[in-house]
Design a protein around this ligand. Sequence first.
Ligand code: FAD
Length: 469
Amino acid sequence: MPESTFDVIVVGAGPGGYVCAFRAAQLGLRVALVDKRATLGGTCLNVGCIPSKALLHSSEQFAFAKGHAAAHGIALGSVGLDLATFLKRKDEVVAKNVGGLALLAKARKITVLTGTATFTAARTLEISPVGSELARAPKQQLTAPNIVIATGSAPVELPFMKFDGATVVSSDHAIAFSAVPKKLVVVGGGAIGLELGSVWSRLGSEVTVIEFLPKIVANYDDDIVRHFTRLLTKQGLKIETGAKVTGFAAGVLTAERDGKKLEFPADKVLVAVGRRPYTDGLGLEKAGVQLDDKRRVKVDAQLRTTAPGVWAIGDVVAGPMLAHKAEEDGAAVAEWIAGKAGHINWDLVPAIVYTEPEVAGVGLGEDAAKAANRAVNVGKFNFAANGRAIAADATDGFVKIIADAKTDRILGAQILGHGASELISEIVTHMEYGGSAEDLGRTIHAHPTMSEALKEAGLAVSKSAIHSL
Ligand code: FAD
């Protein structure tokens, strides 16, 4: 048995793992953080949240310059795309983010190890060097009283249409196409598919999104999705719902709807049908760590696995596969390990689609409330009646506040609109403190701001919005 020089070993340096390691180090624990990637940050910073947002931002600037600048009296002449620089900026954004984490890890005296971790016994890991290090470096054995599994997730592959990295690709490749595809078919109308579909559509691709369910972003209310679908269609995305993809051959993707065969020519197919918990090669059986029926690491309410001293967090356990959820898991586990009172409110994990406009939601939606026969009052406010939105050319969309009919407590909110990703945090805070729609309506909001639409939607719950009837 190797000597234990650490209090905690965290496997996986994504938002779950690095936050766990940083918080544990803050609390005075001796921490090792292992990842098989050469940089910290996991999926999110390297190939997920951050590069996709960099691409979304740049492509929004491009779309503005091409389609809207003239209406603001800005004469740009001809607008062209330099894709190499466009992608280089994205890479620089990633490098800044992951570099920042490396500095923080060093300052916190965390031992960062690059290698693949595999359990050889309960609470013992073997770290195998990766890549070019493989031949030279020896394997290391590490043990600690606490091991945190934060190995994240991987894109789901369709068995009849395997990723080939060239034509049928996952988001890992779709953040780095070296040329703008002429025809891009996106399989899956969730956040990742719509965000990357929007990026390439803005750059000139003909993008078709194929969704198996009757609507895209199925976890949002019907009225939000109907409006959102209309806006995306106006931007040039073709949205095909209720269609089941059946295969891809000779540059044509085939699908079926109501027994009818559909064909979509494509030079690239982005499969974005979800992500699966990633535990490949971890040797969980050696540690006595069990999986649940969906092959996620089984955990209790304090994120303890079935093996004593082994914890699991983030995408690899049940719950929304989102970076901020992984981060909260990570911080709480570090606190529990240090004997402190960790806290996570899994009912209040906001979800966002970072298109333009954005879609954001938290808590209970109106449709879900109705399906559960829950008595609610709903307040709605359109950005078209918000002064700042009019000034900023951002009048598309609306805010919905869902409040308990008896107590007026806010149960959820959905926002379709510019900057919805920022606006939703206010609702999360109100909900965290048990706020009512009246509280929201009586809270002063600076004028003119998009956030006034939240106040107005809060007032609209009791039919007392000021700027709408
Ligand atoms: P990960 O970030 O997946 O990190 C796991 C790490 O573990 C990886 O670095 C991996 O190399 C390492 N690892 C795995 N096995 C081993 C092993 N045996 N040994 C050593 N290391 C190992 N979420 C949001 O909240 N907002 C967004 O805007 C958003 N956008 C996204 C866009 C895209 C294109 C994608 C793909 C995802 C996006 N996500 C977003 C989801 C987000 O990236 C994940 O929810 C988040 O990264 C999960 O964090 P994690 O720490 O659980 O795992």
